[in-house]
Design a protein around this ligand. Structure first.
Ligand code: GLN
Length: 206
């Protein structure tokens, strides 16, 4: 397969899927490619099988939850995550990897992956969206520009969860083993350092 850089045993190019049921899929595909991965949309079981890691994009978690059920992907996604597949969720994606949700819809499903309680729409509605400089542990080179759009925050975390970033007293980036989540959208900024961190996390599992 043609790749921009030749893969070698010491620096393999991971195949990273972007869950393409709903949300800002294109922006994540572009950011992952810039960060050195082979990026592909994932809608079907076979596409999930072929991915070394998965990004769950920003968008609308209630719609993603419904479509994951409709496409027969919900249990497959849960099983891959339980088996240790690296996942990065931004915004709606953070909601999807939460073990527990506050202010979700009654029938809303999450996939789990991070032992945390996430509050949906915690920072307010669309017109309360904002940007802020956010210092993220593990991302060198100064703060990232955090774009928060109807963003969730992390209400509480279990013992195995690392808090990577806090904004205004609220946890906005976390990691538990191979699963990473941010309340904000680095895929919308042109700064690919968070994606590069995730690509490194996936590469470490190859
Ligand atoms: N509030 C949205 C949700 O519940 C998330 C918003 C976003 O991803 N920008 O899914």
């Amino acid at each position: 397969m043609p790749q921009s850089e030749p893969a070698s045993a010491s620096d393999p190019t991971p195949v990273i899927g972007v869950l393409a049921l709903q949300g800002d899929v294109r922006e994540h595909l572009a950011a992952l490619a810039e960060a050195g991965a082979t990026a592909r949309p994932v809608r079907r079981p076979r596409e999930l099988d072929e991915a070394d890691g998965l990004v769950i994009p920003g968008g609308e978690s209630t719609t993603m939850s419904k479509l994951a059920v409709a496409f027969g992907m919900l249990e497959l996604l849960r099983a891959r995550i339980r088996a240790g597949m690296p996942v990065y969720g931004s915004c709606a994606g953070m909601i999807m990897v939460a073990e527990k949700l506050l202010d979700g819809r009654e029938d809303q499903e999450t996939l789990g992956g991070i032992d945390m309680i996430v509050r949906r729409n915690a920072f307010g509605r669309q017109n309360e969206s904002f940007e802020a400089a956010v210092e993220v542990a593990g991302v060198a080179g100064g703060p990232v520009e955090g774009v928060f759009i109807r963003a969730p925050w992390v209400e509480s975390t279990g013992a195995g969860v690392e808090v990577l970033a806090v904004h205004d007293g609220h946890t906005v980036a976390v990691r538990q083993g191979p699963v990473l989540a941010t309340s904000f959208h680095p895929e919308l900024t042109g700064d690919h350092r968070v994606h590069a961190l995730f690509v490194d996390m996936v590469r470490a599992t190859l």
